[in-house]
Design a protein around this ligand. Structure first.
Ligand SMILES: [Zn+2]
Length: 452
């Protein structure tokens, strides 16, 4: 064990650690490959199935309509990408019968379709990063299984993001595993994602991050001047849904409300965006909230199983273009139609997802068992941790920020060892530790637990 050099004077003036990160050429190449035209084709194809309502899954293939036909098409696309990469993607279905419940009047087949890009490093392939969108749609009537439900923005756009990430990232190899998921059952009550997340929990997956994309079409209503086409919102919970009483007591005592794993994931996305996007082109807006008022999404299902998960959603939603029968009333066009989707916008959302997934899957695992020593009253702070498992880490960084600051303000490199003492009082800041490799890939940040 060695103690890190104390170099606070050098970096105390730096606003944040993120700008020091540099772009990975492989990731930059994958982002250039993301195609707005391809995303448009995917969304228009999904809309062509007339409805993808979860209750339409028993419509026959010959009808060319319904959730099952959509699932088959998504599967064939994933298989096409798999062929193009010589079988690098494993294409799978998670199919089950949902018993009757709220918004499910009869036993209903629900199919989640996904593709697995297995990590190239056996010691790291067990770490999984996942991107998701829901392919089911709905109109004004919650349980209308047959009426037209184009669902271009909600959520063919998120489905297209997951599929486009699969297409461009499958041309590259990463040490850790990436899963590209499309689910159904969202509009009826998150049934598909709940089933998938429970499977991941039951099978003990080391699922480190989930990126849920829902309504990422960047609605462009003629005459709307308030849409922000360069911003995507990132919603994340601060306090983990699964925190137990003891954890909640610690969060209350130490001010940990803003530091759950999902919030760290949101910050990670913000730091990745600073590396790969000029701020005027595209940036995430972190919203410190689980979801919008009156709404929920598939990230809830993963949070409920204890996984870090966030939601991407366009900056400004138009409710005339969500969950609406297609019609014109008093000169207003209702319906979730492709013509309101901004494909360049959705392509940027896909690039941000791909950048985050590829950065996470290239990085070392986060350090394990991170602790802040609190045995004595002292003005220095000592953190200890266990080495990042998997052997990719070449060093660590201790991060900290004022308790009232939204993002990390300081970073101290720890070139050697798994212990650091910094001349900063733990009473005044929030600390975290992350692992990094020689190329500058950073792991997710881990906030220490106090050790007495
Ligand atoms: Zn949705």
């Amino acid at each position: 064990m060695s103690t890190a050099p104390l170099a606070v004077a050098l970096f105390s003036q730096q606003p944040a650690s993120a700008p020091t990160e540099t772009a990975d050429p492989q990731i930059a190449a994958a982002l250039r490959d993301v195609s707005p035209a391809r995303i448009q084709q995917t969304i228009e194809k999904l809309v062509s199935f007339s409805t993808r309502h979860t209750l339409s899954s028993d419509m026959p293939a010959s009808s060319g309509k319904g959730a099952n036909v959509a699932a088959e098409w998504i599967r064939s696309e994933f298989e096409r990408y798999a062929k193009e990469c010589n079988g690098c993607l494993q294409v799978k279905s998670d199919e089950f019968t949902q018993e009757p419940g709220p918004r499910i009047p009869k036993p209903t087949k629900i199919t989640n379709v996904y593709a697995v890009l297995r990590g190239s490093d056996t010691a790291n392939a067990g770490r999984i990063y996942l991107v998701s969108g829901h392919y089911d749609s709905r109109n004004s009537e919650t349980n209308d299984a047959t009426g037209d439900s184009p669902g271009a923005n909600d959520d063919a756009s998120g489905t297209a993001v997951s599929m486009e990430c699969a297409r461009v990232l499958s041309k590259h190899r990463f040490p850790a595993t990436i899963i590209f998921l499309t689910v159904a059952g969202e509009e009826q009550g998150l049934y598909g994602s709940a089933h998938f997340a429970k499977m991941a929990k039951a099978e003990g997956w080391n699922l480190e991050a989930v990126l849920n994309n829902d309504i990422v079409g960047g609605d462009r209503t003629p005459g709307d001047t308030l849409q922000e086409p360069h911003v995507v919102r990132v919603f994340s919970e601060g306090i983990p849904t699964t925190a137990d009483e003891k954890q909640l007591r610690t969060i209350r005592a130490l001010g940990g409300e803003n530091d759950g794993p999902s919030r760290q994931l949101a910050r990670y996305i913000a730091s990745v965006a600073m590396v790969y996007f000029p701020p005027t082109v595209f940036q995430p807006k972190l919203v410190s909230r689980h979801d919008r008022y009156l709404r929920g999404g598939d990230h809830f299902s993963f949070n409920e199983q204890g996984f870090a998960a966030i939601r991407f959603t366009e900056f400004r939603e138009n409710y005339n273009h969500q969950h609406q029968n297609v019609r014109t009333e008093n000169g207003i066009e209702y319906g979730d139609l492709p013509k309101f989707v901004d494909y360049d916008y959705t392509a940027n959302v896909a690039r941000l997802n791909a950048a985050a997934l590829a950065s996470l899957a290239s990085a070392p695992a986060p350090p394990a068992n991170v602790r802040l020593l609190t045995k004595e009253l002292q003005n220095d702070s000592t953190l200890v941790w266990e080495a990042s498992p998997g052997g990719l880490a070449t060093g660590y960084e201790v991060l900290w920020r004022d308790t009232s600051a939204p993002d990390w303000q300081h970073a101290q490199a720890v070139a050697d060892g798994t212990r650091a003492t910094v001349p900063v009082s733990k009473d005044n800041v929030i600390f975290a530790v992350r692992a990094l490799d020689a190329k500058g890939h950073r792991s997710l940040a881990v906030v220490p637990v106090p050790e007495r």
